[in-house]
Design a protein around this ligand. Structure first.
Ligand SMILES: *Cc1c(COP(=O)(O)O)cnc(C)c1O
Length: 434
């Protein structure tokens, strides 16, 4: 065993050597040191603001839907570890990947038929874009190589995904001029239940029609735009996109990395609209938050188009493609989700969020409180003071990670009513003090 390091030593080394998400080097704000996690609780290595445990309001960036240290997922991981944690996927295959692919095809919208297993959400988006561009090349239309999306989106941090993230105010502003130039519609009008805006629908149709010759695909997050601003829109716009894409020979990609596996109240957000994309990306909750894994699914038509090209293969193959350990846990996580009345749990959380976040409405500085499925958002009328908001939440015994003008929660589905009330109280406190 290596020499044990004290929390103080660990934090000093972290600051000196370890890069954190969206952070400077060396880091400015000290991260909290987590020693273990179980159920909905993160156990800290040393108390902070008098708390040695925090209820997790973030599901570790929306992935740990079943909470931590879950016996079923632990068993799946242990069982697979004893057989093999990894083998290469070129020329070899294995039961966990085959089972998972079959399950994903079974539960996603009907025409999605083939599965490419990638190692992170961003890579699954890269693969989706490569599929779409290659499809048109294979069909002799290489000019169709641009993407269209709406503003306010987020699709990941590698280059193609960055090029379709919100071009203004996002974290990718810096890369204007370096990124591929894509086509942007306005952000969809807000409100899941709002009546569809015909003028906006017309804008979508017009843009797709005007650029059809150069468009490979439209890519959007259906129903919920996550890291781009936590906003919700009417599923009607997804039907508009589907019809316009069909009319103008453009592929449609749904990035369900954040929305998949029940988060919005439907198993996949596409179901709210009753439409299916040609390509779909999944990630985040895919492994119940245990391991990194993502998937790009496509229709038989897309695969068939690619296989008719001069290069009839999809030239992509991550070293850890189809990782058996991750695939086994993902399969167990989906089975666990479907074995319970998950929709009822998400509804229960939705009701609890509406009730618990209502007091924030009357706070000065709060612009809007919105809830959809197991997503609760308090939007401020100013940039949040991250340090103050985080401290306020920790004081309430809750872990939150606000950004921009947003304090939000996406709790694990197993969060009980008392813990949910606590999360809501922390969001309200963070909104007051942030
Ligand atoms: C998180 C996210 C991604 C990127 O996934 P990573 O696993 O972080 O690379 C892409 N699209 C959406 C909608 C996301 O929420």
């Amino acid at each position: 065993m290596p020499e044990p390091l004290s929390p103080r030593e660990l934090l000093a080394l972290d600051r000196q050597h370890v890069w954190h998400p969206y952070g400077p080097m060396p880091g400015r704000a000290a991260p909290l040191l987590v020693e273990s996690a179980s159920g909905v609780r993160l156990r800290l290595a040393e108390p902070v603001e008098g708390q040695d445990e925090l209820v997790d309001g973030m599901s570790s960036w929306w992935s740990a839907v079943h909470g931590y240290n879950h016996p079923v997922l632990n068993d799946a991981a242990h069982g697979q570890l004893e057989r093999m944690s990894h083998v290469m996927f070129g020329g070899l295959t294995h039961e966990p990947a085959v089972r998972l692919a079959k399950r994903l095809v079974d539960i996603t919208p009907e025409p999605l038929e083939h599965v490419f297993l990638a190692d992170s959400g961003s890579v699954s988006v890269e693969v989706a874009v490569k599929m779409c561009l290659q499809y048109w090349r294979s069909l002799g239309k290489p000019r169709k190589q641009r993407l269209l999306t709406w503003r306010g989106g987020y699709h990941g941090d590698t280059w193609q995904p960055m090029s379709v993230c919100d071009p203004d105010g996002g974290m990718h502003e810096l890369w204007q001029g370096v990124l591929p130039r894509q086509i942007f519609a306005d952000a969809p009008p807000a409100g899941f239940d709002a009546a569809p805006d015909e003028a906006y629908a017309a804008q979508l149709r017009e843009l797709i029609g005007r650029h059809a010759e150069e468009l490979a695909a439209v890519i959007v997050e259906p129903v919920v735009q996550g890291a781009g601003g936590m906003s919700f829109h009417s599923p009607a716009y997804l039907r508009v996109l589907r019809e316009a894409c069909d009319a103008h020979d453009v592929l449609l990609v749904f990035d369900e990395i954040a929305t998949g596996f029940g988060r919005t109240g439907a198993l996949f957000a596409a179901e709210h609209a009753g439409v299916a994309p040609d390509v779909m990306c999944l990630g985040k909750a895919l492994t119940g938050g245990y391991l990194t894994l993502a998937a790009t699914l496509c229709t038989a038509a897309v695969a068939d188009g690619i296989s008719r090209g001069a290069l009839p293969v999809l030239a992509h193959g991550p070293t850890f493609m189809g990782n058996p350990l991750a695939a086994a846990v993902a399969d167990a996580s989906i089975e666990l989700l479907l074995s319970q009345d998950w929709a009822q749990e998400v509804k229960r959380i939705e009701a609890g969020l509406w009730e618990g976040l209502a007091p924030a409405r009357s706070h000065a500085g709060v612009r809007e409180v919105r809830v959809l499925g197991a997503i609760g958002v308090v939007q401020l009328d100013h940039e949040v003071d991250m340090a103050a908001a985080t401290r306020a939440a920790v004081r309430e015994g809750v872990w939150l990670r606000p950004f921009r003008d947003l304090i939000y929660t996406m709790p694990p589905y197993i969060t009980g009513d008392d813990d949910l009330a606590r999360i809501c109280a922390a969001v309200c406190a963070a909104a007051r003090e942030g």
